[in-house]
Design a protein around this ligand. Structure first.
Ligand code: IVH
Length: 681
């Protein structure tokens, strides 16, 4: 048998791109991955490595290019190939019936026409251009005729196919493999899924940063960033529903369009259905109106579309609204109510967050009594006063929020709110840290903080059955005064607590015992040091190898760890310097919860930069010269001082020297810091 020929780097790179595209699609669009995250990472790194070794293989549609990095002065205007139309609204079933009757009078084909019903996605409309299968341009809707070019920002959206069709290797999909149309313009909505939005806000709040009001504005704001690296930080998704223009393919119905978009690998909302009659379509709309919160994104209604695209086109439009489709709007979920008080929550990191205590009010079938006020600055910015009539919005499953006061409704009894000077849970003076919007309670023995810390500690250490309620119970009973006390809980103590009998107590103790053996990185992350999440904890564990070494580290030592900047370094040092934290650590050590990790060093000849030579010029945004050198060397690369034919990459910062011209003359590829980090994995 002939030996299979080894793959050339170009072949392997193409294969990796195809595989990665498929896995991104399976993970983000189908939510059904077929490989683990670690396996995905390994493939991704292999491609980064190959592209680093063979820069000529790097293509704009490579999955490694989704990190952003482009900074522009302003957005360029793009004329849409066809007008991006809007929709007329109906607020109840009768208005939809009236619409349909009007159409029937205009064209008797309507009477027998089928309809497609889809969610009306509340996002930012985007218009995506593909040429021979490659994503080449993406724009906002603008005025419907001309939008703004936001291509680099859109490239960072994980579910946006950079190349179509997205390759699929299984048989069912392969049968459907089709030639990409020579030109295709697709319309969709950029959105942030509700669960991603809540997760993002929780992470921002824990870091004392500003949280976002609602998914739509966050997605819209992020896509209008001039620096796409900022866009890449937001969990933006995409849902497509219309073909604006196509060459090389003709579609006759909306139903076929949705199917075709899916086949090409575009994400399409799953709730779309086709109906033979308007009444069935309406019943479907009513169904969704009743359970709109179960959609994974925000929708402000359903769209009913005539399935027959030719018929819809023949009917023409009124102003900017096509006659062949109508929005069945869900009832608005903004209501007014009275702000009775402002309460303050204390989070695990000590961040104080204000919330509105409202006169209970029904919003879309749910009684709302509380709503978020984001942060104390928000109250001042919106001039929200105690006793005000306020507008409250509940959207999707997102926590309700106060939009603002109804200033005209003021009677003079409203009072300006003053943020607390003391922590409402422990009475300790609150502080505002430089550069942050949040107020903090810095007392680590604060009961509210303690409950949250215990809850977090138990969750990160994966102590089963140790949830929010148990955390509150053990803190309230005085059994746990810091997280280390968890390990000295006894069965007798647990049996005193409400709801605990022999079996449950034993189960909890077994779970606690099992948590003693968690690795160092998990313990570091469980401590809840501000700014130290899972990833940073892993880096710290790998670098220092033990809690003793980490505790002894200076700001400089910490900054020497890749990916750890001056702010986090200072926070870590401050955290370990606190007497109360030292006591907790001592107790953990005495309890035998004191793991160590093996220090892993980049082996010579290994790492994504193995065999590559870099030259650095100018000032990089975050890495100092020595840090950049360490970053490259840790990944197996070499750093030299002058550009030559042998240089693999020039790393370019602000105010570069003559090395830039030299590199350009030799056609040496140039990276900025973000691209360097992207290649470094
Ligand atoms: S169809 C001719 N379908 O809603 C086609 N629009 O108020 C007209 N929207 O800005 C649009 N989800 O971007 C259509 N499934 C969907 C939609 C949808 C959201 C947006 C659309 C437009 C707005 C109209």
């Amino acid at each position: 048998m002939p030996k299979p020929k080894a793959k050339s780097p170009a072949e392997r790179a193409a294969e990796l791109r195809r595989e990665l595209d498929e896995h991104i699609y399976r993970y983000h669009v189908l939510a059904a991955p077929i490989i683990s995250d670690a396996e995905y990472d390994a493939l991704f790194r292999e491609l980064q490595h190959l592209e680093a070794e063979h820069p000529e293989l790097l293509t704009p549609d490579s999955p490694t290019q989704r990190v952003g990095g482009y900074v522009s002065e302003k957005f360029v205007k793009v004329r849409h190939p066809a007008p991006i139309l809007s929709l007329s609204n109906a607020f109840n079933a009768d208005e939809v019936r009236a619409w349909f009757e009007r159409l029937t009078r205009l064209d008797d084909r309507v009477e027998r026409a089928a309809c497609v019903v889809e969610p009306k996605i509340d996002g930012l409309t985007v218009v995506l251009h593909y040429e021979n299968g490659l994503f080449v341009r993406g724009a906002t809707r603008g005025d419907g005729e001309v939008g703004e070019d936001i291509t680099p920002n859109l490239r960072t959206v994980r579910t946006l196919p950079l190349r179509i069709p997205v390759p699929m290797t299984d048989r069912k999909r392969r049968a459907a493999v089709i030639q990409p149309p020579s030109k295709l313009v697709v319309r969709g909505e950029a959105v942030i899924f509700t669960k991603d939005f809540e997760q993002m806000n929780a992470a921002l709040a824990a870091r004392g940063e500003r949280t976002y009001q609602n998914p739509r504005n966050t997605a819209s704001g992020a896509l209008r960033q001039l620096d796409s690296r900022l866009t890449a930080e937001r969990p933006i998704s995409l849902l497509c529903y219309q073909i604006v223009a196509a060459e090389g393919v003709t579609l006759h119905t909306q139903w076929e369009t949705l199917d075709y978009l899916r086949t090409l690998g575009f994400p399409v909302a799953q709730a779309g259905r086709r109906f033979e009659s308007l009444e069935e379509a309406l019943a479907y709309c009513e169904q969704w109106a009743a359970k709109r919160d179960t959609l994974p994104f925000e929708a402000d209604g359903m769209v009913i579309k005539l399935d027959d695209l030719q018929l819809a086109a023949d009917l023409g439009f009124v102003g900017k609204d096509p006659r062949g489709a109508i929005a069945f709007k869900f009832p608005a979920r903004e209501v007014t109510t009275t702000l009775n008080a402002i309460g303050v929550n204390v989070g695990r990191t000590g961040v104080l967050t204000p919330y509105a205590v409202l006169e209970p009010v029904e919003v879309g079938g749910v009684i709302v009594k509380q709503a978020t006020l984001h942060n104390f600055d928000y109250i001042v910015e919106k001039d929200i006063r105690l006793g005000d009539r306020v507008m409250v919005k509940r959207s999707g499953d997102v926590i309700p929020y106060v939009i603002g006061p109804l200033v005209e409704a003021r009677t003079g009894v409203e009072r300006v709110y003053t943020p607390p000077a003391q922590c409402p849970a422990c009475g300790e003076a609150v502080e505002r840290l430089e550069g942050e919007v949040a107020l903090y309670c810095l007392n680590s023995a604060c009961p509210a903080q303690l409950t949250r810390s215990v809850e977090h500690f138990a969750a990160v250490l994966d102590i089963e059955t140790f949830g929010e309620k148990v955390a509150a119970q053990v803190v309230a009973a005085g059994l746990v005064k810091d997280v280390a006390d968890i390990f000295s809980l006894t069965k007798e103590q647990l049996l005193e607590l409400e709801g605990f009998a022999e079996k449950r107590a034993q189960k909890l103790l077994d779970a606690i015992a099992a948590a003693r053996a968690r690795p160092l990185n998990v313990l570091i992350s469980a401590l809840g040091i501000p700014g130290v999440g899972e990833v940073t904890a892993r880096d710290l564990a790998a670098h220092f190898g033990s809690l003793d070494a980490l505790m002894a580290a200076s700001v400089e030592d910490l900054q020497a760890v890749e990916g750890i900047g001056p702010n986090v370094s200072q926070t870590v040092v401050d955290w370990f310097a606190r007497r109360s934290n030292r006591l907790v650590l001592k107790k953990l050590e005495q309890a035998g919860v004191w793991p160590t990790a093996e220090v892993r060093r980049a082996e010579a000849g290994a790492g994504p930069f193995a065999g590559l030579t870099f030259v650095i010029t100018g000032t990089l945004p975050t890495l100092g010269r020595d840090e950049a050198r360490a970053y490259i060397e840790a990944r197996g690369g070499k750093v030299t001082d002058s550009v030559s034919k042998k240089t693999s990459y020039l790393v370019l910062g602000a105010s570069p020297g003559s090395k830039l011209a030299k590199a350009q003359s030799l056609n040496i590829p140039i990276l900025d810091e973000a691209q360097l980090r992207a290649l470094g994995g």
